[in-house]
Design a binder for this molecule. Structure first.
Ligand SMILES: NC(=O)c1ccc[n+]([C@@H]2O[C@H](COP(=O)([O-])OP(=O)(O)OC[C@H]3O[C@@H](n4cnc5c(N)ncnc54)[C@H](OP(=O)(O)O)[C@@H]3O)[C@@H](O)[C@H]2O)c1
Length: 338
């Protein structure tokens, strides 16, 4: 079988596709033949050596994959060969076959396609965790999201819609205006408008209930400023540290240097909250399982449906990553291993 390998930190030219022995599941494990796998911004950062919790090089990335069980290890009784599943691999999912603990595998409901399954976990799981689990998203709430046209951005907009949020302000680059508006968001051109002002203007000067920031640096404090008294800020990414497909020390330094130090007294007197979110480092896996159950019901009820930007053969992984580096994706990018 073949798998994608990051041999060392670098640009997309470092990515390799290598032949490997077919993996054999041990006790409590299953082997999944991968059909589709999600491409996340996190995997671009891993390739650059910017992702704190990734394994040492060389390694196979791939947070999430969908496919079919082809063999099961000793003691596995909740799955059988031929089952269609979602595999929450964390790492290693960008391979034709992957072995993982049965606890990280979820049976797919009949109507759910491999494409939908591979597009949902990271983006919708993260959006749901922030807005619903931590944020107690309520009807008429107002929300600010950055990179609004991307995987997490489109998931946020659909979840907000289904919970009856009254306003989602979405920032993105100018070519994505029509798309962001078609998702029902108030588009903010990241380079031409001040999103803090827009959030205030659209909420009678109060600010939004929830601000979701994957950028970091000085941007984070501006997102906090866009929230109202009693508002919530979620910090969950560091896209500000990435510039192009090669690692940029200057961008990294600028982002870390600009990181705010939150004043607890100000947070207390304004009743604001700041959450840090890293779905790959959740203490309790049952939390994520609960999110997937809820999302699966929402999918069945037609309340969410992932927007797929494009599907690339896995041999084109470099092109697929460049598509995201070039900020061209509208929705989720998938790799096809079928
Ligand atoms: N903490 C967690 O558990 C967690 C989980 C999932 C995602 N995230 C974070 O959420 C963010 C979105 O992730 P995603 O996977 O859904 O990606 P995505 O939004 O589908 O794609 C990336 C988008 O980010 C924008 N962008 C901003 N800076 C960029 C840069 N330096 N290079 C390329 N694109 C850049 C681009 O859109 P515009 O130019 O239009 O803005 C691009 O289309 C990322 O920061 C990611 O790390 C965190």
């Amino acid at each position: 079988m073949r798998k994608i390998v990051y041999p060392r930190a670098g640009g997309v030219e470092t990515i390799q596709i290598v032949d490997s022995l077919n993996p054999i599941p041990g006790p409590g494990e299953v082997c999944v033949r991968v059909n589709k796998a999600g491409v996340n911004f996190a995997e671009l950062m891993m390739r650059q050596g910017l992702y704190g919790s990734s394994p040492k090089f060389p390694f196979t990335p791939g947070y999430e994959a969908s496919g079919e069980i082809i063999s099961i290890g000793e003691g596995v009784d909740s799955f059988k060969e031929g089952d269609r599943v979602l595999a929450m691999t964390g790492f290693g999912g960008w391979a034709e076959e992957v072995v993982l603990d049965e606890g990280r595998v979820f049976l797919l409901p009949d109507g759910v396609s491999f494409e939908q399954a591979a597009a949902i976990p990271v983006t919708y799981g993260t959006a749901f965790h922030m807005l619903v689990h931590l944020g107690n998203l309520a009807k008429e709430d107002t929300v600010l999201i950055h990179h609004a046209a991307g995987g997490v951005g489109t998931a946020v907009s659909q979840i907000c819609d289904s919970y009856g949020a009254s306003l989602v302000v979405g920032t993105a680059s100018s070519p994505k205006k029509d798309f962001v508006e078609s998702m029902g968001m108030r588009f903010v051109d990241r380079d031409a408008e001040d999103f803090v002002e827009v959030c205030k203007d659209m909420t009678d000067g109060k600010g939004v209930h929830h601000a979701i920031d994957p950028v970091g640096g000085r941007h984070l404090m501006r997102s906090l400023k866009a929230t109202r008294r009693g508002g919530k800020l979620y910090y969950f990414g560091a896209s500000g540290a990435v510039k192009g497909q090669k690692r940029s020390r200057t961008s990294e330094l600028r982002m870390w240097w600009g990181m705010p130090r939150f004043d607890p007294i100000k947070l207390m007197t304004s009743n604001k909250a700041v959450f840090g979110v890293h779905m790959g480092l959740l203490e309790d896996p049952s939390i994520f399982r609960g999110h997937l159950d809820a999302l699966s019901t929402m999918l069945e009820e037609g309340k969410i449906n992932p927007v797929i930007d494009s599907i690339w053969r896995f041999e084109q992984v470099s092109e697929a990553q460049m598509h995201m580096h070039d900020r061209k994706n509208k929705g989720k990018i998938l790799l096809d291993f079928s």
